[in-house]
Design a protein around this ligand. Structure first.
Ligand code: IP8
Length: 256
């Protein structure tokens, strides 16, 4: 089984509030369907989450009550985004349902607590793909907080023990510097905890949950004996499908 995160930079235009990349999402869902692999999809929030979350500092929890309408707005926006992702999955023949983390999980000082995953496991068991996503989640200490799709990936990796974990982004993988601003940036094909120490934390967009470095760190945590975590570019047509079919493609593989 595969666990795939469709990053917010691929499914939305992160610089434009609430802009859904419908054609790209549709193509990626087709590639997932064509691969024929059992898959669970998580997606990021992109411009449906980060723009308002950043404006109201939602990642810091409850600071003042002017943030409250923003909680409702972000939850509404990411649910709409998730419905659009699920629609593309269904259109491509994958029965999928959206499972909002803010309605079934809590956090404790930023750490996601999952007491009950029965419904998610039952859905997968009968062949319906549960689709989870980055969301505003209530927090026992901070009132509320931002739960990223990457945190959800770690929880689902624990529950489902996938053979492979794939992060679909808008870059070919991890670079020695930010490839969007530094022409000398080189792709790093394989990342280990040692290599991570020398890498700068470049991120080109406003993101309340950390850039590529944070993602790599969470990928390293998910690596297991015999299980890779891969970062691949989903903006290149056919690349995700090639990777899922086991072909060699430009990407970064995280290994312990
Ligand atoms: O896009 C962030 O999730 P991510 C969730 O996976 C919100 O980092 C609501 C900003």
């Amino acid at each position: 089984m595969m666990l795939i995160k469709l990053g917010g930079s691929v499914i939305t235009d992160k610089s434009q509030y609430r802009t859904f990349n419908k054609d790209q999402v549709s193509r990626l869902c087709r590639e997932i369907a064509e691969s024929g692999k059992g898959t669970i999809v998580v997606h990021g929030a992109g411009s449906f989450g980060h723009v308002v979350a950043k404006k109201y500092a939602l990642q810091h929890g409850l600071i003042d009550f002017s943030q409250i309408p923003a909680i409702a707005q972000v939850q509404y926006d990411v649910r709409e985004l998730s419905s659009m992702v699920v629609r593309e999955l269904i259109t491509n023949g994958i029965p999928a349902v959206s499972v909002p983390p803010g309605s079934c999980f809590v956090m404790e000082d930023g750490k996601l607590i999952v007491n009950d995953s029965e419904a998610i496991r039952a859905l997968a068991h009968i062949g319906v793909m549960p689709v989870l996503f980055g969301d505003v989640v209530m927090d026992r200490k901070k009132g509320f907080g931002i739960c990223s799709g990457d945190q959800i990936m770690e929880i689902l990796a624990d529950i489902f023990k996938p053979d492979r974990i794939v992060f679909v982004s808008d870059i070919d993988g991890l670079y020695t510097a930010d490839p969007k601003t530094d022409p000398d940036a080189e792709l790093i094909p394989e990342v280990t905890p040692d290599i991570m120490k020398d890498i700068s934390s470049g991120s080109t967009v406003d993101d309340v949950t950390g850039g590529v470095r944070g993602k790599m760190e969470s990928m390293l945590r998910m690596c297991d004996e015999g299980r890779d975590c891969v970062l691949v570019n989903g903006t290149v047509p056919g690349r995700l499908l090639s990777l899922l079919k086991g072909e060699d493609v430009p990407c970064t593989v995280a290994r312990m």
